[in-house]
Design a protein around this ligand. Structure first.
Ligand SMILES: NCc1[nH]cc(CCC(=O)O)c1CC(=O)O
Length: 309
């Protein structure tokens, strides 16, 4: 029996996602043995600075992709959100399993709802996408950068000066945190999720036909369509996790319904557009075209120059 080596970042979330997916493969009757190999990425090492400042697309994936090229591992389970919109030559996404909750979770001390936060309350996030959208609703809030994995951030809410923090619901749910830690789930209208948020990407070598055949069986059609619309948008806008960009799609009766958003970091300028199409890429690209015509592409380039990324 072929032994498949699965690469994973060392964080609890990465390992949980990896083991969850291996279980799915076993349940589907995949004819393999599995072994997990832990890999430390640059993104895991730099935990003390604002992510948008260290820059570089694919901060969490580069070392893993090298291990794929070197055949040290056969596939890796990534958060789709951490994947650059273009994969390097020779590597492919072999499977997109069903999406977890794509929303952002708002967690405050004392369970005060977001709109009930006192004036000037301090909210912890290191994402320009989240901070821009929070400031649209509550321009009075103070955004304070916060880094670290899910457990660290929840601990910081208790011990440091934050009134609230925002985390991806998917990470909390996969780690088994119960719904009661969450004060409220922000609606996708109020806080449009990051492209790919809540979804996983199984990355492998494009020439590994045997593995690709097994992985393909576990792809979830609706998630595949939604993610392709979102990533087509991200790519067309030259977006990434360093700039305030959001994109979220659902599938209704086979049609992809996609909303894209680009904002300035201070939320002074906000561009938002919706499109629906049977072709996922078309839905994403149409929104990108409209927003670019309105000035959103230039805004992203401006943000990149300002942040030097
Ligand atoms: N930015 C890091 C990251 N990448 C994926 C997740 C959570 C899981 C997901 O969105 O799929 C997180 C943490 C967070 O944003 O709270």
């Amino acid at each position: 029996m072929r032994k498949i080596i699965v690469g994973s970042r060392r964080s609890k979330l990465a390992l949980t996602q990896t083991n969850w997916f291996i279980d799915q493969m076993k349940q589907a009757g995949s004819p393999f043995e599995f072994e997990v190999k832990e890999i430390v990425t640059k993104g895991d090492q730099i935990l003390d600075v604002q992510l948008s400042k260290v820059g570089g697309k694919g901060l969490f994936v580069k070392e893993i992709e090298q291990a794929l090229y070197d055949k040290e591992i056969d596939f890796a389970v990534h958060s789709m959100k951490d994947m650059p919109s273009e994969l390097p030559e020779g590597l492919v996404i072999g499977c997109i399993p069903p999406r977890e909750d794509a929303r952002d979770a708002f967690i405050s001390t004392g369970h005060v709802k977001f709109m009930d936060l006192p004036v000037g309350a301090v909210v912890g996030t290191s994402s320009l996408r989240r901070s821009a959208q929070l400031l649209m609703l509550r321009p009075d809030l103070e955004i304070k950068w916060i880094r670290g994995n899910v457990d660290t951030r929840l601990a910081k809410l208790e011990t440091e000066e934050y009134d609230a923090i925002i985390l991806a619901a998917a990470g909390l749910k996969r780690l088994g945190w119960s719904d009661d830690v969450v004060t409220e789930y922000l609606s996708t209208e109020d806080c449009l999720p990051a492209v790919g948020q809540g979804a996983l990407a199984i990355e492998c070598r494009g020439d590994d036909a045997e593995l690709l055949g097994e992985l393909g069986k576990l792809t979830h059609e609706e998630t595949w369509k939604a993610v392709h619309a979102e990533r087509a948008f991200l790519h067309a806008m030259d977006g990434g996790c360093q700039v305030p960009i959001a994109g979220f799609a659902t599938v209704e009766n086979g049609d992809v319904q996609f909303t894209g958003l680009v904002a300035s970091p201070d939320a002074d300028q906000v561009f938002k557009q919706f499109s629906t199409n049977v072709e996922p890429e078309t839905a994403g690209k149409e929104v990108a075209k409209t927003l670019s015509e309105q000035g959103a592409y230039d805004l992203i380039q401006q943000v990149r120059r300002d942040l030097n990324v």
